[in-house]
Every structure is written in C-alpha cells, then in structure tokens.
Design a protein around this ligand. Structure first.
Ligand code: GDP
Ligand code: MG
Ligand code: ZN
Length: 381
C-alpha cells in the first residue's frame, strides 16, 4: 500500500430528517487521489477524413479507415490494413514503443507501431494499450511485427493526469475488487470506491474477500449482505487455506479480469492459488510499485491456463478513484441513484440540503447508513 498520507478528518455535516446518529469512523484510507482534472476532449477521427492540424497534429494527414466510436471520446482510429499479410492479435503489454502481441495461436510477437499510428501516439497518446485487439504484420522470422491498426475498444479504464486522458487498459470483462477480512481489516469504504470506479467504467465488479480463515464469515455478513442486495457478487475466499478457490476460478475462467485492492490483502497469494505456475512473490510490495512513472501505470495481461487473463495494473491498485468528478458520484451508487431525481434541488449534493430525498431514504433505512457515509467521504475527497 502506498505510504499513508496525513489524513484530514472530515465530519459528517448532514442533518437527517429524523434523529439519526451518524458517526463517521476515522477511515484508514490513503489519501492519494489523482486530481480530477476535467476530461480533455480528445479528437475523434472520422472515416477517410483529412486530419487537420487543428490542435496537435503538425501536418495534414490522410487517415483511411472507419470511425471508432467511443462515448468518452478517447482517441481511436482504425486504419485500413492489408489483410493478406496482417493477422489478428491481442496486446498483452506496452513498453515504450514496443508491445507484446499474442496472435490467435498463442505466439507472442514484439511489435513496433506503424509509422502513422506512432506519430499520432506522440501527439494524442495511448494509441495502443494493453488489452487492445490489433491487426499486426509479422516481420522477419524473429517473432517481430508491426501493429497496423487498433480495433475499436469495447471499454477501457483510464485516468486523467495533467488534463490528458491516459487509457491504462482496454477490453476488460470484469474487475476483481480484492479485500481481506483481517490483517488488514476490511475497509468497506475502499471497496465502495472501487465499485464507483467500476460503475463509471461500466465494467462488472466482483468483490472478493480473502483471509476468511481469520474471521467468522457471519461477522462480514452485515456489510457483504448490503453489497449482495445491490446486485454485486461477493465471494469469500482464503488463498492459504484453499477456501472458495474453485469457485473463484470458475468466475475468472475465460474472462479478462483486472485485479485491484490494497497491498497485503493477498492478491499475489490468491493468483498463485488460482494459477500455481504464476509464482508471484508473496508478502512483499511488488517492486514495480517503486519504479519510475512508466511502470506505475502500465498494465499487463497474464494468461490463465484455463482461459482468460488476469490484468495486473499497478497504476490502478495504487489509487482508488479513476477520474470521477464530485457531481457524478451519486449516479455511481446503485442505492443512491434512484433517489437523486427526487431531491428538491437539481444540483443537490445530498449532504447539507433540505428536502433531500437521499437523506430521507437514509433516515428511513432505505439506504444503508454505511454506504451513505462512503458516498459522503468520496464526495468530499
Ligand atoms: N491467514 C491468511 N493469510 C493470507 C491469506 N492470503 C494471503 N495471506 C498472507 O497475507 C500476506 C500478504 O499476501 P500477498 O499475497 O503478498 O498480498 P498482496 O500484497 O495483496 O499481493 C502474506 O503474508 C500472505 O501469506 C489467507 O487467505 N489467509
Ligand atoms: Mg502482491
Ligand atoms: Zn439530495
């Protein structure tokens, strides 16, 4: 886990309609949020259009291909490729200008990026990211190639830094939110933060609580039950006592899953239990957390022998929110969302306003108080 920064203690100022004591525990969360810089509108390129030097491109360039749609307007372009020589592949990782690309037979190529894509990359970034489906042209007989085009992304996880959107990984099936029942103790608020991020990315989350050997499961029922009622899948496992591992394997089989969760909860142990060949180091902070800027945000797809990939993303593990602006937090709480439209003020924060349907729902036990506290903390951070 990242170094603990001095935390600001925030008091809940919300006054509920009924007498309702809400005490906010001092949450032991790191305060390492990326600034929520406004999403930069990146250019969308359209089919066969001439790209003008409007903002970033230095020269006029003709791009032939079909438009890649992406509602978050992350830049994407699909180029026409020579299908006789190109083959389909999946980007496992990106290291600088080279990418590891796996073809349909499982063979891995080290690929450069085609000239035009590369020059777009320097101006707009993230032309190729881990998870991308690409067309690439094998070159020579040294398992090398050149990426010619990138298929439209089904979804992606990004973070914004210095008002640029950085796509970290694309085409993800699910997010495995890992926590532990003890050592370190369960931090429901941290799980809620990852849930908010999953909702924003529209990627299915699975909540996985490890070290269930240390705590009677019934102790976790109150909090896990609320997640379950909201439709989130919650699984209890123990990596070291082999509890729930088969079930988890079933959930991961054939899927591409991003793994996130704070250090020490047992991510490495669990992945080793799922795929013994991985041999991940246990009990120490992985060294890539401390390396330079590039490695802290790069993602890697790790193939599972049962099919699918585990996506290891140091950059995501370390911060809890991906590009959420305060005004949209309520929409990412499944339990709060239905009440938002019923508040008196359209821009209600559900914290200090009167005639707030959300606070009324908390007072009436329609919304779990602990979840509301999470909302409050995320909104205030
Ligand atoms: N009691 C118990 N300890 C576990 C379990 N899983 C992992 N650990 C221990 O928790 C510590 C951190 O595990 P690690 O896999 O390195 O966590 P990571 O930082 O999330 O990758 C190690 O000492 C593991 O042996 C479990 O299910 N039960
Ligand atoms: Mg680890
Ligand atoms: Zn409100």
């Amino acid at each position: 886990m990242a170094k603990k920064k001095k935390k600001k203690n925030k008091k809940v100022r919300a006054e509920f309609r009924k007498k309702h004591e809400t005490r906010v525990r001092k949450h032991d969360l790191t305060r390492q949020y990326q600034q929520n810089a406004e999403d930069e509108e990146l250019e969308n390129m359209s089919s066969g259009e001439r790209v003008t030097g409007r903002s970033q491109l230095r020269r006029h360039r003709t791009v032939v291909g079909s438009e890649a749609e992406s509602e978050d307007s992350a830049f994407q372009v699909q180029l026409a490729v020579n299908t006789d020589v190109c083959r389909r592949g999946r980007v496992l990782s990106v290291r600088g200008l080279n990418s590891d690309v796996k073809d349909e037979s499982g063979k891995i190529y080290t690929c450069a990026i085609r000239g035009v894509l590369k020059s777009l990359a320097t101006d707009l970034q993230n032309v190729v990211v881990a998870g991308d489906d690409v067309m690439f042209e094998p070159i020579g007989d040294q398992d090398q190639g050149v990426i010619a085009s990138v298929e439209p992304r089904r979804n992606f996880i990004s973070r914004t830094s210095r008002s640029r959107q950085h796509v970290i990984v694309s085409n993800v099936d699910q997010i495995l939110i890992m926590a532990s029942a003890a050592e370190p103790g369960l931090k429901p608020n941290l799980v809620d933060r990852f849930l908010v991020s999953a909702e924003k990315s529209k990627i299915q989350p699975i909540i996985c609580i490890n070290k269930i050997d240390l705590v009677p499961p019934s102790d976790l029922q109150p909090v896990a039950g609320v997640w379950g009622q909201l439709g989130y899948q919650v699984v209890f496992v123990s990596a070291t006592k082999n509890i729930g591992i088969a079930h988890l394997q079933q959930l991961l089989r054939g899927k591409d899953s991003v793994v996130c969760g704070q250090s020490g909860v047992g991510k490495s142990s669990l992945l080793n239990a799922i795929e013994p060949g991985l041999n991940l180091r246990v009990g120490r902070v992985s060294s890539d957390n401390q390396k330079g800027r590039h490695t802290t945000t790069s993602a890697q797809l790790i193939g599972l022998s049962m099919g699918g990939h585990i996506i290891d993303t140091p950059g995501i593990r370390q911060f809890q929110l991906w590009d959420i602006v305060p005004e949209e937090v309520d929409g990412f709480f499944r339990d709060i969302r239905p009440y938002v439209g019923l508040c008196k003020f359209p821009d209600c924060t559900h914290i200090h306003e009167d005639h707030c349907a959300v606070k009324d729902a908390v007072a009436d036990n329609q919304i779990d108080v602990r979840r509301y506290e999470s909302y409050f903390q995320i909104r205030e951070s």
